[in-house]
Design a protein around this ligand. Structure first.
Ligand code: GLY
Ligand code: MN
Length: 496
């Protein structure tokens, strides 16, 4: 009996042990696991994709959806990565495969395999047979060349609406080439049917996003341990992306932003070439992509391991703003409520510091608050779905005031990423940026008044970004394992 008890304990501890035993995680206990079996397609996963296809089919009123896994070049990446709409509806990651959904045909779900050539057998490994693919992915039928080509020609001549991924610019050409016929100019974008489905994440999607976030948190923590003056930004980038891969993430979900000193003030700095110096901040905005879902987490750390007093002031202000925002991110509130809460904290703090002289001045606020603090997250880093607050829309308005928004619902995943950036030549750029909104004497007076304070923060850029799942009664911070408090970061960086 005693022995049985011991076995039960061991069994209960297994998931925890599994989370802890990976290299480098013993002390911090971030539940990353190397085992990628959670990516294997099984019956449960196939059920999820089937349900999605059924929803799309029920929205079609006599029509066709043509999806392609994409060819090897179309993503401008070094390796194949499936098209998001294709993968969302099929769960298949085989290059150059087509999927057709239709409520016109008796076979609602058809897959078409790329031609089996001697070259593909030698260079890419023997492709699965039609029978294997049919059984594994639950297709009603599988077509191969030339049957698929002639069927495509029939579809394009049928007069029924055809939905395609309008954001894949080479797709129309590829379909025309295969069918030997023009795709009707008025084809419709598959996003009309699928984007809103993608906004509400199911459990498999949350599971993948959680793992992507855990791997990213692990990478950020490793940088905190390794970062010192004299190292290069790209060494940190290599550590980050190497960590992603070491836990089974296929690739970064977007180009890693690893900017130190002046580069921390450039929102999308991606060169990552500078040698870091004592006294710099290092801003990292990164995300591992796991099972086609990407994290998007930003952390800002002091290169030397200790924040200076001015860095602390700005960091704490951004952190307070982010915290106020996260409290507002719950069902029933609006998409932009988090942003507006963050903006209020930032504007108050900036005014107190003497960096804003008139807290009702739209251009003074826009000088510091550069973008809406949230976007949807999922298969795309800026994921699909109507949300308002796009960058161009944002810049034309007083931040937050008349921006379209939408109600938050359980299952949505969005970032919250307030930041403050004191560009080297920020004050000199005022006339160029706000010349049409304020007269030159007003801009000059502002620059003169705030200049002594601005000087203390020059070349300081701070962004803190987390990934928030809206739940039935509030939210869950999926990136909670990435250290964020000043004391926490300094403690990790002090370790030998
Ligand atoms: N991670 C980059 C962005 O959100 O724009
Ligand atoms: Mn982001």
């Amino acid at each position: 009996m005693r022995r049985l008890n011991r076995y039960i304990w061991v069994l209960m501890l297994l998931p925890w042990l599994n989370g802890c035993r990976e290299p480098g995680t013993l002390s911090r206990n971030i539940p990353v696991g190397i085992d990628p079996s959670d990516l294997q397609d099984d019956r449960t996963h196939q059920g999820i994709y089937m349900e999605r296809r059924d929803r799309v089919l029920s929205m079609l009123d006599k029509g066709y959806v043509i999806l392609c896994a994409s060819d090897r070049e179309s993503h401008n990446r070094h390796e194949f990565r499936p098209n998001n709409y294709f993968y969302y509806l099929t769960g298949i990651d085989m290059p150059e495969t087509f999927a057709v959904l239709s409520d016109v045909e008796t076979d609602h779900y058809t897959l078409a395999l790329p031609p089996r050539t001697i070259r593909s057998m030698i260079y890419e490994g023997a492709p699965a047979s039609a029978e294997e693919v049919k059984a594994r992915f639950g297709a009603d039928r599988v077509l191969e060349d030339p049957d698929f080509r002639s069927w495509l020609t029939e579809i394009l001549s049928s007069g029924y609406p055809v939905y395609l991924d309008g954001s894949d610019h080479s797709l129309v050409d590829r379909i025309q080439h295969l069918a030997g016929k023009e795709v009707p100019a008025q084809f419709r974008h598959i996003g009309e049917l699928v984007d809103e489905m993608r906004v509400i994440k199911g459990s498999l999607e949350v599971q993948r996003l959680q793992k992507a976030c855990n791997i990213t948190a692990e990478a950020l923590t490793r940088v905190m341990e390794a970062c010192t003056p004299g190292k290069y930004e790209f060494e940190m980038e290599a550590l980050i992306e190497g960590t992603f891969r070491s836990y089974g993430a296929a690739m970064p979900g977007f180009a890693s932003i690893v900017g130190s000193g002046p580069n921390s003030t450039i929102l999308h700095y991606e060169q990552n070439m500078r040698k870091m110096e004592d006294g710099d901040l290092l801003l990292m905005d990164i995300g591992a992509e796991y099972g086609c879902y990407t994290a998007d987490i930003s952390r800002t750390i002091p290169v030397s391991g200790k924040f200076s007093a001015p860095q602390k002031t700005i960091y704490q202000l951004v952190l307070d703003a982010q915290r106020a925002a996260i409290e507002r991110m719950k069902p029933g509130n609006m998409f932009m409520d988090g942003h507006l809460a963050a903006k209020e904290v930032l504007v108050d703090g900036l005014a107190e510091l003497g960096l804003i002289t008139d807290r009702h001045s739209p251009w003074q606020i826009k000088f510091y608050i550069l973008y809406p603090s949230s976007h949807f997250l999922g298969m795309d880093v800026h994921d699909v779905g109507e949300m308002g607050g796009s960058f161009s829309h944002f810049m034309q308005h007083t931040p937050g005031d008349s921006i379209i928004s939408r109600v938050l619902e359980p299952g949505m995943v969005l970032t919250i990423e307030p930041g403050l950036y004191f560009r080297e030549r920020g004050l000199e750029q005022l006339p160029e940026i706000f010349g049409s909104e304020a007269d030159s004497s007003e801009l000059a007076a502002f620059a003169e008044q705030i200049s002594p304070v601005y000087e203390q923060y020059r070349n300081t850029g701070v962004r803190i970004e987390d990934d928030i799942l809206i739940t039935a009664d509030g939210n869950l911070n999926l990136s909670r394992y990435a250290p964020r408090e000043i004391a926490e970061i300094e403690a990790i960086m002090k370790q030998e």
